[in-house]
Design a binder for this molecule. Sequence first.
Ligand SMILES: [Zn+2]
Length: 345
Amino acid sequence: MPKCTLCLINEADKTGSHVVPHFLMKTIDNADHVKGRDKELGFKITEDFVTPYFGRDVSTNKLDEVFGELTEEDITASRSDIIADYIYCTSCEKKFSSLESAYAPTLNIDGSEVYQSTKSSLTAFLFWTSIVWRLSAYGKLGFKLAQNEENRLRVTLDKLLIAEVIDERDTATKAMFEDIRYVILRAPGYADKNETATYYHSKHRFPYCLLLGEYALFYYMKSSHVKSPQQSFFGLEKLLNRAPLNSIRNAEKIYPVTDEQMKSTWDSFVDFVNATRIKSLFRTLDELHIKLGGNGKHMHPKDKYDILNEIMAEGKDLGRTFTFEDIKQSTFKVLNKNHGITSKQ
Ligand SMILES: [Zn+2]
């Protein structure tokens, strides 16, 4: 059995671990707006690829609606990505769950102005830090810290997370977190009424950007990164200069965003998902073009758009990854029509 990824000492004997705490997942889209475990719907977007992932209890009908027809393999592969087996030991899993229990009551606190979520700066800080570290150490959801940053967070979390009580007095270890800043934006109650998703930006580092249902987390590994040029994150980045910066020292303050702002974020996110999918399709078409012995490295844009329209005309949902078979059929139909090219098969 592998070693626990947090303590690196005990055997990782826990199964069914949620990498993102399930109480937070309750705020994350569960498609049918039913709160509960295993209802999450997320997107892993890396380079030109979009991979959806979803919990065990998301209804198959809803998945069909969002992603088109999914195969059993798609579903099994995705579900195995969000529920992790053998990454933590029982003792570390307990530390995470007591941290979650300590932070969970903040879900019920909100405000229309900037509000304080908890008096315990350490609990809030460790909670968000543990999410960042867990996603990175797990590595299967398209989010990765720089390796030295991941190591640093592991060492400090391992020292500061104590199952029964989080020791506010451990100043030496706290000092290791001194330079980290983070911002929390939240549209309180938004996830009760609307679709949301989880998405962890695979490239942004200054800060790291995570969308978690009705929350957005911006995590700065160094306070100097606050001055870095703005990175786009579905419009939410524009609020960063107004939102309070949190650290291990201050009682956490959350910047509330309106439902309209969150809706516009979701719309931008859906556009981004679709644009990424089209980019991925066009890259596949360029590869096909080369294999078919076409001139140059790229298929003619008109052919690409004709093929895209052909795929869409088949009634496929743009929200899902096109299967190779879909692409092949539509491609040959269009190439035959436009250029008289026929499939050898
Ligand atoms: Zn452990």
